[in-house]
Design a protein around this ligand. Structure first.
Ligand code: F6R
Length: 602
């Protein structure tokens, strides 16, 4: 959600910025722009739409050795060329890009900026006008910037150029991600490492309410009191080739294909020399000391959390509640005496989840983040972390992170269960079972032709679809529906199949597509009964089942895996169904409309 790149160095900033913005496309955006400083002053180019549209706007000869770039996901003011960043102060002296939401922007505008000319509907323009206002009160640029950010309430990542001192790039952040990319004779600011990887692998973290001044050769980090901060750099473990599509038409397809390998990588990462699953003892102690676990997450990660509840309750015998982050923070349930919070987040930057983390930390509760992005905000701010080891996930629709989350949750559940001596955990050879699941996943990713055919048959023209399941399969049904709606725009619902006849079955009519996921023996006949009920009302039903519970007529049957790990496998055909349905309908699979990969505003 929004992305920032800033560059100061000896190369043409235009190239670095446009390349960096392309790498940030995956975060989701609706317009983009760059500002370049050269002999003619600051030149701004912006456009609604894709980076390619922006590229068409920027003359080949455009040049600058300092510049800032931005991808915007509209919050204040509609997506348009005028509202796209960068934005300038009234005189044109200051130029900024900004991610986040300034909650008190209208108050600040009223108090400090009456009579100023505003060109846009954005909160960002208030920031840049304020900087100019304070610079007019005899403050130097850094002091004016510091004074401005001290007044802002809300989330921000900002990068600033002063046309009167184009040898410095300023930046600051609060709650929104921003990193320094350290180079030899250049420095970069970016929302995440991906945008800068082509130039450098060395990064420095920026903390909330710090003020950064970068020249070509120096990096200065100060807190809001002007005190200098020292911080070591770190080397990013991802490689620029990890974020290339290669020969794949879409990142989503590549990421689905990677899922079996991700599971194998997770097994290796959580295995000790004796080949046993191992988790940091401190984490295990905290979990064993907890009387209840609260899983907090959004979207796909929430769906993985629902599966995780079953895994932890069955393997570790600790009660688990799963909550949607955006609800949890403002409507906390009555908490148990000694809770532990697990935040599941692919990006580690989701603002809805972070606001819960901040609140529960204030109450002194212990927190664990499961994330795919080491160094992300929720990784840094939680007491403990477990990594997903899925590699960068670029497609907006989450696929490999979901299965990675389930695999890591199973590892956590089994490790706690084993220490507690729980029979279900002792009897589970998780390394072997995850390996079997990875093989079954591999079989499914190789069945693309069949799944593409099913997508064409059931989803090519339908305007809605239902996914049914019970138990673990219900959670997968919810994820299947989310995947389908977000990339194909077909209205879809995941349903506990027994609940259908209590209202929703009224929506079933001739040829309504209904998919049923069946992997659990104990509910096999119940869900088949529910499928018959929708068939009797004209539905076009398709059963996806696992060997051992399959019946003649099931359209897709995959090999048997451990009953606790079925979600890892049954979700694959659902992800592929969504992919091919979106493709058939001509949708932009990797960048669905209105969505952002990293949701950094509440
Ligand atoms: C759906 C999807 C979203 C995310 C959600 C949480 O495909 O990607 O629903 O799962 O926005 O994001 P993270 O896991 O980064 O906190």
């Amino acid at each position: 959600m929004c992305g920032i790149v800033g560059y100061i160095g000896t190369k043409n900033a235009k190239d670095v910025l446009l390349d960096g913005l392309e790498k940030l496309e995956y975060r989701g955006y609706d317009s983009a722009g760059i500002a370049l400083f050269n002999q003619e002053g600051v030149q701004i180019f912006k456009e609604k739409g894709r980076i390619q549209d922006l590229k068409n706007e920027v003359p080949i000869a455009a040049y600058g050795q300092i510049g800032i770039g931005h991808t915007r996901w509209a919050t204040h003011g509609k997506p348009s060329k005028i509202n796209a960043h960068p934005h300038q102060s009234e005189s044109g002296r200051f130029t900024i890009v900004h991610n986040g939401v300034i909650e008190n922007y209208s108050l600040l505008k009223e108090e400090y900026l009456p009579g100023r000319l505003f060109k846009t509907e954005t909160d960002t323009e208030v920031i840049v006008q304020l900087i100019e206002y304070f610079a007019g009160q005899e403050l130097d640029t850094k002091a004016a910037f510091r004074k401005t950010i001290s007044l802002l309430h809300g989330s921000y990542a900002i990068t600033l150029i002063d046309a009167e001192d184009p040898e410095v790039l300023y930046a600051a952040k609060n709650k929104s991600p921003l990193l320094i990319g350290k180079g030899n004779g250049f420095n970069i600011i970016s929302s995440d490492a991906m945008a800068a990887l082509k130039e450098t692998k060395e990064f420095i973290e920026i903390l909330d309410e710090e003020l950064i001044s970068l020249t070509r050769d120096t990096i200065m980090i100060e807190n809001l009191n002007g005190q200098k901060m020292e911080r070591d750099s770190f080397i990013a473990t991802i490689d620029s080739s990890d974020i290339e599509k290669g020969t794949y038409p879409h990142y989503m397809l590549k990421e689905i294909d990677e899922e079996p390998a991700v599971i194998r990588h997770i097994i290796q990462s959580y295995q000790n020399n004796a080949g046993e699953i191992t988790v940091d003892q401190e984490i295990l102690n905290e979990i064993m000391a907890a009387d209840r676990i609260y899983i907090i997450a959004c979207g796909t990660s929430y769906h993985a959390g629902l599966v995780g509840k079953n895994l932890i309750e069955q393997l570790a015998e600790i009660p688990v509640e799963v909550h949607v982050s955006s609800e949890m923070g403002y409507n906390m349930p009555l908490m148990s005496k000694n809770p532990l919070f697990i935040f599941i987040t692919q990006s580690g930057e989701t603002a809805d989840s972070r606001q819960v983390l901040v609140k529960v930390k204030e109450k002194g509760y212990k927190t664990l983040t499961m994330t795919n992005v080491p160094g992300s905000t929720l990784d840094r701010e939680a007491d403990f972390s477990m990594y997903l080891h899925a590699g960068p996930e670029i497609a907006v629709a989450s696929t490999k992170a979901y299965t990675a989350q389930i695999a890591v949750l199973s590892i956590l559940g089994a490790a706690v269960g084993k220490q507690k001596g729980i029979q279900a955990a002792n009897e589970l050879d998780l390394v072997a079972e995850l390996g079997i699941a990875a093989n079954a996943m591999e079989g499914l990713v190789a069945s693309k032709e069949l799944i593409e055919h099913l997508a064409a048959e059931y989803l090519a023209v339908s305007r809605n679809a239902f996914f049914l399941g019970r138990g673990m399969d219900y959670f997968v049904a919810m994820e299947a529906a989310l995947k389908l709606k977000e990339i194909s725009y077909i209205q879809a619902e995941g349903f506990a199949s027994g609940e259908l006849k209590h209202g929703t079955i009224a929506l079933i009519e001739d040829a309504t597509p209904v998919f049923a996921v069946i992997t659990q023996k104990n509910i096999n006949w119940n869900i088949r009964g529910n499928v018959n009920e929708v068939l009797a009302r004209g539905a076009n039903a398709c059963i996806i089942s696992m060997e051992g519970v399959n019946q003649p007529g099931d359209r897709l049957v995959f090999p048997q895996v451990h009953p606790l790990l079925t979600s890892l496998v049954s979700v694959i055909p659902c992800q592929l169904l969504a992919y091919y349905a979106a493709l058939h309908r001509g949708c932009d699979v990797d960048k669905p409309r209105n969505l952002a990969k990293s949701v950094t505003v509440e």
